[in-house]
Structure formats: C-alpha cells, structure tokens
Ligand binder design. Structure first.
Ligand SMILES: *Cc1c(COP(=O)(O)O)cnc(C)c1O
Length: 218
C-alpha cells in the first residue's frame, strides 16, 4: 500500500477529466489510524472526514499539530451534537430539523453544512427526499448558525452506471433549484458526491468534493 501513490492516482484522474469546477478530495478515514492520516497529510490531503464522534475527537486531539479541516460525514445522533459541533469545520449530513435546532442551540459560530439527500430513495439511506429539500432550506433561512454550502448524497449500491449518474444529475438539478431561491446564508455552491467506486462519474456530473475511503488505503 502506498498512500502517496493512491492520492496521486486520484489527483491524476481529476486532472484527466478536466472538470470546469474545482474538485477537493476528502479522505474518509473511518479505517485509518493516526499514522495513516499523517501519511495522507504528507501526500497533500487537507480534509478529513469522520463518521463517528468519538473517533473524530480522538484523532483530532492526536493530530492537532497538522492544519487539517475536520468534516463530519456520518449520521449525527442528536445526543452527540453538543460534544462535537464546535470541533468541526463542516457537516455533510444535515438530514432533519431536530439536528438543525441542536446546531442552532450549541454551535458558537456559523457552521458550513451540506444537506444530505436520499436521491435514490433506498430505505436504508439517511437523508431528505428530493421533495423535502426546498421547504427545508427555506426554513433554515432563519437559522444564524447554519450556512448551507451545498448538498450531499450517496449513490445507490449498484453497478448500474446509468442509475449512479442519474442520482448525481438529480442532486445537481436540485442544487440549481435551491440556488434559484437566493436564500440568505444558503449559497449552496458545493456538491459532496462520489466515493471510491463512482468518483469519476460524480466529477463529470459536477462534484466539488469527493469523499474517498477504500481507494486511498488499498
Ligand atoms: C466511508 C465513507 C465514504 C468513503 O467510502 P469508500 O467507498 O470507502 O470510498 C464516503 N462517504 C461516507 C459518508 C462514508 O461513510
């Protein structure tokens, strides 16, 4: 395993696709320990995505000498909000009003959030349905501590490239509808989509931040 080479391969893939948008790489580190994250840093990675509160807090403490951005990418339980919400730079998984209310209550400065959308409608996936997103972001306009910087989705678990692509296209179309509302504190210029198996498709469909796990560590 060469983390450096894996990161380089992804950077090369991005370059080859010649996207119009800037594409950032988030390293999903649920299976990575401290030493591996240091290697990621050496390879140029600056955004770390964790999906468990305790892991994030622990790794952040050990790695506080590095100038990393810490993003929370997993489902965030209400009872853990207070503990983690002032320790992160972005949240990719805002999926319910209750969570928004807790962020409003506990966060000290405005937080960059992605609204998570369950585009494919799979019952096992978190996220709002496509129809719920516009009323949801309109409601968030009055929240001082929430800045909707984008939308996030996970592609369906399938090899069917057409279905994966359609999922990303739907998220992008939804982003345009959100932007058309011109809501204050809701620039919604980012799309968090694409993982190890589908990031090239996601970039072609407008992803600005890809969340890569297994491909970095293979
Ligand atoms: C683990 C994880 C990823 C990365 O998945 P890979 O398929 O390993 O690249 C992306 N997003 C979320 C929310 C994750 O939990």
């Amino acid at each position: 395993m060469s983390i450096y080479r894996n990161v380089q391969a992804i950077i090369e893939d991005i370059r080859a696709l010649q996207p119009k948008q800037e594409v950032k790489i988030l390293a999903a580190t649920k299976y990575a320990d401290e030493a591996v994250i240091r290697e990621l840093y050496q390879a140029g990675i600056r955004i770390i995505g964790e999906n468990r509160v305790d892991e994030l807090l622990k790794k952040q403490e050990i790695l506080k000498d590095l100038d990393l951005s810490w993003h929370f990418i997993g489902s965030l339980q209400s009872r853990k909000v207070k503990r983690v919400i002032n320790r992160i730079d972005a949240l990719h998984s805002l999926d319910r009003l209750k969570l928004a209310d807790l962020i409003e209550k506990y966060r000290e400065t405005p937080l960059d959030v992605f609204v998570q959308v369950n585009v494919s409608g799979e019952p096992t996936k978190h996220g709002l349905s496509v129809d719920e997103v516009l009323p949801f972001v309109q409601h968030l306009a009055s929240y001082q501590k929430i800045r909707v910087i984008g939308l996030m989705t996970m592609a369906p678990f399938t090899d069917d490239e057409t279905r994966i692509r359609q999922t990303f296209q739907t998220l992008r179309a939804l982003q345009e509808r959100v932007q058309a509302l011109s809501i204050p504190n809701c620039p919604c210029q980012e799309l968090s989509m694409g993982m190890s198996n589908d990031y090239k498709i996601a970039i072609e469909e407008g992803a600005t931040i890809i969340r890569i796990g297994s491909k970095l560590f293979q």
